[in-house]
Design a binder for this molecule. Sequence first.
Ligand code: SAH
Length: 355
Amino acid sequence: MSMSSLSSSNKPDIRGLSLVELTKAFTAIGEKPFRAKQIFDWIYKNGAMDFDSMSNISSDLRTKLKENFFLSSPKIVEEHISNDGTKKFLFEMADREKVETVIIPTATRATVCVSTQAGCKFGCKFCASGIGGWTRNLTAAEILSEILYAKSKSNLHPLSHIVFMGTGEPLDNYDNLMQAIRLINAKEGLGIAARRITVSTCGVIPKILQLAKEGLQIELAISLHGYNDESRKVLMPVNKKYPMNDLIAACREYIKATKRQITFEYILIKDVTCSPEAVRELGMLLKGMICKMNLIPYNPVSEFDHKMPTRQEMFDFQDSLERAGIHATIRTPRGRDVGAACGQLRHTAQKSAAV
Ligand code: SAH
């Protein structure tokens, strides 16, 4: 779907344009190029959510802007603040699709977890995002509006890191993802270093290889969640199309091109993912690779039958991985009291809309 087709008026959403594109568009409507930079500052430095708040822009130009462009204002339909400070928002887009965004503060900074699609095609058998299927890609402007809104809500903890770990598969919406990343990264945009941007993927190999060639040191996280093809394809149907050995080869390629370590995300499900066999296989699979493993305790989703292992089982599994030469940490769950696991808010909102 094209960017403009989502605005009610068929005008381009100004937030999804690069400075070069906006400058060109301004020249085309007889405006001075420096005005484009002014508007950019309003959007990215001052967080303007509409044209009328751009106070040093003449009302004539504001009228002209409204005639030629669109500036999507995210509508917040739910806002939850967890006991641990995690904030979760459910946004409604112009076509009423809903997506969620999470702000995760630490002592000094904040990370925003961003959605890239309304729903998800990949149907992982533990994830709430895939249950209702896929509706559409988010535009670059919509992705950016999640981040800019989160920025405006994290005054106490400046927004320093972006993780694409919300609803959807970022690499299945590659062009819009990259347009958004370039604007996050650009100094005239949000000015956030590529090393502070993490893209998490279920393993869309051709796009991993494409990302490796972008010349950006984006952090790559791979949802592994299995230790061989058999165990992985039960939980992740994507493994049938993109099997494990090819995925690991693509990861090695990514490390070579970007000189960055890869993070493997690995879900901890009782009696499913944390066996001695898993340790053995993972040790062989990841031998000599510049990587670390992020162990994610399964966050219960009512549609699935899995259970989280006990704390002791999780620590034992972590220890065994370390002994097999894999550096592994257990992710501290954040915001569980407000359903901050992937796709839970959107999914719950959809379920209650259906009854
Ligand atoms: N599509 C991307 C981003 C999705 S979510 C990907 O697959 O990587 C970010 C992480 O949360 C992924 O590793 C995903 O597998 C994991 N996740 C999803 N549902 C979960 C659940 N119920 N419990 C624990 N982790 C989950």
